[in-house]
Design a protein around this ligand. Structure first.
Ligand code: ZN
Length: 125
């Protein structure tokens, strides 16, 4: 998170504190950042997935086009560690976390709100 732009880092820290301060949410799982800065080379590899490489399409941005490719980085991706230790990308948990992120800073945009391709783990300013 040291690579994140300050407003995004502050929004995440506040949303995380609210999440962990809520006994129901805390029992559901713990938010984690899976990625913040991503090199243009890695972005290009991800772009190939579902196109010239096997797997599902995970991005529509080529290397250098994603907000993840900038430093400091105005984007981060979130997942959850569930009580059993599994990593989860639950849409329900992500939508609950998105509410806290948007409440922390009105400039936060959630990929789950985008028309068309929903990128629910994704937050950006
Ligand atoms: Zn993302």
């Amino acid at each position: 998170m040291a690579q994140a732009v300050p407003s995004l880092g502050a929004a995440y820290a506040q949303a995380l504190a609210r999440w962990l301060g809520d006994p129901v949410l805390r029992l559901a799982g713990r938010p984690i950042i899976t990625e913040c800065y991503r090199s243009p080379e890695r972005q290009e590899e991800l772009y190939k997935q579902g196109r010239s490489k096997p797997g599902p399409i995970v991005t529509y941005k080529r290397g250098g086009e994603s907000k993840h490719n900038k430093l400091p980085t105005p984007a981060l991706d979130v997942a959850f560690i569930l009580p059993d230790g599994e990593v989860s990308w639950s849409g329900l948990l992500l939508s609950k976390f998105a509410r806290l992120m948007k409440a922390a800073d009105a400039r936060v945009r959630w990929g789950g709100d985008w028309p068309g391709f929903k990128d629910r783990p994704h937050f950006e300013v």
